[in-house]
Design a protein around this ligand. Structure first.
Ligand code: MOS
Length: 719
């Protein structure tokens, strides 16, 4: 039997807080940790099937046009130019490119062919020596060079913002720029495809297997049932593996053609070229307030870019409508159609750059109004969602601001600069953290064996986030088993389809389905015990009800199986779901060189139930580190002549390294969200990013009086 739940309303059952095993929420180490540190967790490129051939993607060296001729490749087994590969190669996040034919180039660096050889070296050599002839086209590659589109569904306004600005006691009107970002996951994209008759198995680095299977079947023109995807371990995704990419499609096509397994791995540079980027943004923020700092007007006009015909556009203003209250509001979302690499979801799409910029503007308004930045935010928190009037499912922004201010020692901050220590100027800054929350349909199967061992199966992925561990803890809690008695199997499309990992929805969505599957098993045990399921206590392999106690091995004949199926329902539309928090930073700015050192950084977050305090904390540490990167170092620069990514390896694309990141502090506020299924947990992965960079940028201003509005705040912009 499948336990199915459509989330149509609140769930106030708090029994997970009172279960006997007491393992959920514990800061356990990752279950697969030993496999990872000993090299036994095999990533996509690490399988070695017999007779493996190697494919190398050939990339366009013009920004647009047609491929006229691909020359010979001596030493190669095949040169494959295939429409199916290119269609996905052009468009990250598995969006179809309407224009793409096998010979159509839409951006410089796009995959146009695959060269296959017996060794990776031979394939690389042959690919590099291909003589490709193009009929190049002149196309725009800079956002300012085109008249942008204004998708009607993305514009919003209420009241009269211009009037509110003109009559405001205090206002801010400024423009910020953020550069393109690369996802920069540690594991470069790779795939190995192997056919068995008309069935194909593909091992690849992917985040969302069930939708990836549908995309891959579509790309290859085969039925999904003929396709198995395997991604048991994924070395980070950050959005770049949400959809299928060129390497996996190319591997499948080549393996079929050559009738042998084929591996296609991207180089680090290819990852930057071919996996989608986060769009650069131009953001004009207008804020108007009364003398008491109550907002009267909010304007957020953004310009992002993507390829012609691509559906995705960076949702920069996603949190703007509901973060603060104001009667007069205007959102303008414009998209420049240009020929840089495809733009898609990267690490908290939208809020990562939108909240960061907006929170810098709030800091400017606080200064202009002569009101403490924390106080300014507290005065503008809405009771219900502005415009729609929907209630929030849970909302701890005020508590996160107050708690953070106290913990961080905010009262020591001086509005006009902290203090000088020799050549270093010290300052403090803060920002609101906010990110939309989503729940996605998810299924799981759990089997409880007579020997008191449980097996969890779902096609959910663990992209380094801790999924194996939290699902093991959850099943252990529900079934009364120590975690080492639970085996979690993930990353295989033969298992029930899950939400996958994306948009911070993975833990809550897949967790709820495991909860439901375990509940199904608990009902079967309760029946055998002759009690109602809520009266059943399971602990360390024993079942208790009233004064009856029996071991699971006595109760179970063979095994019990439970299936869970979670579906988001009406609740999604009736409440505003979001996660909240606050960011705090202390920086030192070098008076002579403009160098910024982050000295202290702290985040306070509310995300509903915390499933494992250690993996949850690690998510926040990673997010805050990305916040430092957005503020100080990260920029994918494009060549203004042809749009190609110039900074496209980890030497040129600067993510913060250990020396850039001080000991970060993370605190969680206790929270249960009743509107997100029985687990009462919300997403967390991306919240730590959203606004973190603003705390750093605001601290820079507090230290030295400089507002950097063209990110990142490299030393040349500060001295
Ligand atoms: Mo995330 S950018 O949805 O992996």
């Amino acid at each position: 039997m499948t336990r199915h739940l459509r989330v149509d309303g609140p769930n106030h059952d708090d029994r997970l807080d009172h279960m006997a095993q007491g393992v959920l929420g514990q800061p356990l180490n990752r279950l697969e940790g030993p496999l990872k540190v000993s090299g036994r967790a095999a990533y996509a490129a690490e399988a070695r099937p017999a007779n493996l051939a190697y494919g190398v993607l050939v990339q366009a060296s013009v920004p647009a046009g047609k491929v006229l001729d691909i020359g010979d490749a001596p030493g190669a087994l095949a040169v494959i130019q295939d429409k199916r590969m290119v269609r996905y190669a052009a468009q990250g996040q598995a969006q179809k490119a309407p224009k793409s034919g096998p010979d159509q180039v839409e951006y410089m660096g796009q995959a146009i062919a695959l060269v296959v050889a017996d060794t990776f070296e031979a394939a690389t050599h042959a690919a590099q020596n291909l003589m490709v002839r193009y009929a190049a086209e002149d196309v725009p590659v800079n956002p300012d060079a085109v008249t942008p589109e204004l998708p009607p569904q993305k514009q919003a306004s209420a009241g009269d913002l211009d009037r509110a600005m003109a009559t405001a006691a205090v206002s801010v009107d400024a423009v910020w720029h953020t550069p393109s970002h690369g996802a920069a996951a540690m594991e470069p994209h790779a795939a190995i495809a192997q056919w068995d008759g008309d069935r194909v198995t593909i091992r690849a680095g992917l985040q969302m297997l069930s939708s990836n299977r549908a995309q891959m079947a579509d790309a290859l023109g085969i039925r999904a049932s003929k396709l198995r995807l395997l991604a048991p371990y994924v070395g980070g995704g950050f959005g770049s593996k949400l959809g299928i990419n060129a390497e996996a499609v190319a591997a499948a096509i080549a393996a079929k053609e050559l009738n042998r397994p084929v591996q296609v791995s991207m180089t680090r540079q290819q990852v930057f070229d071919l996996a989608h980027r986060r769009s650069e943004t131009r953001q004009r923020v207008r804020l108007a307030c009364d003398p008491d700092g109550r907002l009267t007007g909010i304007g957020h006009d953004v310009l992002v870019s993507n390829l012609p015909g691509s559906e995705f556009s960076e949702p920069v203003t996603q949190a703007t409508p509901f973060t603060y209250e104001a009667a007069h509001r205007q959102i303008v979302h414009a998209v420049a159609r240009i020929h840089r690499g495809c733009a898609g979801s990267v690490r908290a799409p939208g809020e990562a750059v939108g909240v960061t910029v907006f929170e810098c503007a709030m800091d400017e308004l606080a200064e202009a109004a002569d009101i403490d930045p924390v106080e300014l935010r507290l005065r503008n928190i809405p009771e219900d969602e502005p415009v729609t009037g929907r209630p929030f499912s849970s909302h701890k922004l005020a508590e996160a601001l107050r708690d953070g201010a106290q913990r961080f020692g905010w009262s020591d901050r001086r509005p006009n600069g902290q203090r000088a220590e020799g050549e270093w100027l010290i300052g403090m800054g803060m920002a609101t953290a906010v990110r939309v929350n989503m729940l996605v349909e998810s299924r799981a199967k759990v089997t409880l064996l007579q020997n008191g061992q449980a097996i969890v199966e779902t096609d959910m992925t663990d992209i380094g986030t801790g999924t194996y561990t939290i699902l093991g803890q959850l099943a252990g809690e529900m079934l009364g088993l120590p975690v080492d008695r639970v085996e979690v199997k993930l990353g295989d499309t033969d298992f029930p389809p899950s939400s996958g990992s994306g948009g911070s929805f993975g833990a809550a969505s897949s967790g709820n389905s495991v909860y439901l599957a375990c509940e199904d098993i608990r009902r079967q045990i309760a029946k055998a015990m002759g009690c109602d399921e809520p009266d059943l206590t399971l602990q360390n392999g024993m079942a208790r009800a009233g004064n009856i106690a029996r071991s699971l091995s006595e109760l179970i004949d063979g095994s019990l199986t439970g299936e869970g199926h979670l579906e988001p329902g009406k609740t999604e539309k009736s409440v505003r779901q979001a996660t909240w928090g606050s960011h705090w930073a202390e920086v030192a700015v070098n008076r002579w060189t403009g160098e910024v050192r982050v000295r202290r950084m702290m985040g306070v977050f509310a995300c509903g139930r915390v499933l494992n305090e250690k993996t949850a904390r690690s998510q926040c540490l990673g997010g805050m580190t990305f916040g430092i990167g957005i503020a100080l170092t990260e920029a994918m620069e494009h060549d203004s002549r042809d749009g190609h990514a110039v900074s496209r390896d980890l030497a040129e694309y600067h993510i913060p390294c250990h020396a850039d990141v001080p000991g970060l502090e993370v605190h969680f506020l206790s929270e249960r969200d009743a509107y997100v299924g029985p687990l009462q947990a919300k997403g967390l992965g991306e919240l730590g990013i959203c606004g973190a960079g603003a705390a750093v940028l605001n601290a820079i201003h507090n230290a030295c009086g400089i507002r950097v509005r063209d990110l990142p705040a490299t030393p040349d912009k500060i001295i």
